[in-house]
Design a protein around this ligand. Structure first.
Ligand code: AMP
Length: 281
């Protein structure tokens, strides 16, 4: 695996492949890699001649400075995992490479309804920061295919919308959520949980799986009440939001819809976790 720390180094590595019209598959990450990330790398590897993974903890998408500070950065482990998965290039730029001259300005795209719900309300500025770095990384890597996890369902919707709106010639591939054996969605933040918090976290996915069972036969208001009660009773985990949304518009839905996703955000102690489950095929 080759390592590029600057866009110039990345171009030196990729230019010969671009000249041969080799397909480049791209997996943007913030590192602290786990099997969820690796599933994206493996799919990219199967579909492209060249796989680039980026590790960049993007300051503009963190609305809580403490969250940014404590974000895990186990870079040597990450490198080993990427090597083992067959990643060809690791792009690991410094903050000043992606935000030259300390200019942290973000794109002001209008995503209509997509960023006015759930994470968009809960984390002001998060999606502007996210799309800014994704756009910068797309411009640097210029992939044919880019791989995103459904774990961040709203992020995936916004990236797809951005690509379509600006007619950017990159195919966005959605990848299923990879879970721990007990059902917890894999996340870099899971490693920040203490053993007690880690045990409690399983309630998040268990609740979503129960919601999926209830979905076809229970009114939405009743499902929401069920979820609120679970977290009130549990007492330690704090529900930030639970929403049943249309998979296309991300607008909350009141009754049964053709395409629905149940999304949740929870504080487990100081650690913010998100998860979702598709309610319809
Ligand atoms: P992150 O490093 O958290 O920014 O995630 C990088 C990419 O990996 C994003 O597209 C995420 O949606 C995806 N990802 C994170 N966790 C999972 C998971 N458990 N299963 C599948 N994809 C994931």
């Amino acid at each position: 695996m080759k390592l590029a720390r600057t866009i110039a180094e990345l171009n030196l590595i990729l230019d010969p492949f671009r000249a041969k019209k080799a397909n480049v598959g791209f997996v943007p990450t913030m590192g602290a890699l786990h099997a969820g990330h690796i599933s994206l790398i493996k799919l990219a590897k199967a579909e492209n001649e060249m796989v680039v993974c980026s590790i960049f903890v993007n300051p503009t998408q963190f609305n809580d400075p403490k969250d940014l500070e404590r974000y895990p950065r186990p870079i040597e482990d990450d490198k080993h995992m990427l090597e083992a998965a067959g990643c060809d290039v690791l792009f690991m730029p410094a903050v000043k490479e992606m935000y030259p001259d300390g200019d942290y300005s973000t794109l002001k795209d209008d995503f209509g309804t997509l960023d006015k719900v759930m994470e968009g309300i809960s984390r002001p500025g998060h999606f502007a920061g996210m799309i800014t770095i994704v756009n910068k990384l797309f411009m640097a890597v210029m992939p044919q295919n880019a791989y995103f996890g459904q774990k961040d369902f709203q992020q995936l919707s916004i990236v797809k919308n951005f690509i379509e709106k600006h007619t950017i010639p990159i195919r966005i591939i959605a990848c299923p959520i990879v879970r721990e054996a007990d059902g917890l969605a894999m996340s870099s933040r899971n490693r920040l949980l203490n053993p007690d918090e880690r045990k409690r976290a399983v309630i998040i996915s268990q609740t979503l799986f129960k919601v999926k069972e209830m979905w076809s036969k229970t009114p939405v208001a009743e499902i929401k009440k069920f979820v609120e009660d679970v977290f009130t009773k549990e007492g330690y985990l704090k529900l930030i939001y639970f929403e049943i949304a249309d998979t296309q518009t991300l607008q909350p839905i009141a009754g049964n819809a053709k395409q629905a996703v149940a999304c949740i955000a929870v504080f487990d102690g100081k650690i913010r976790l998100i998860d979702n489950v598709l309610l319809t095929a």
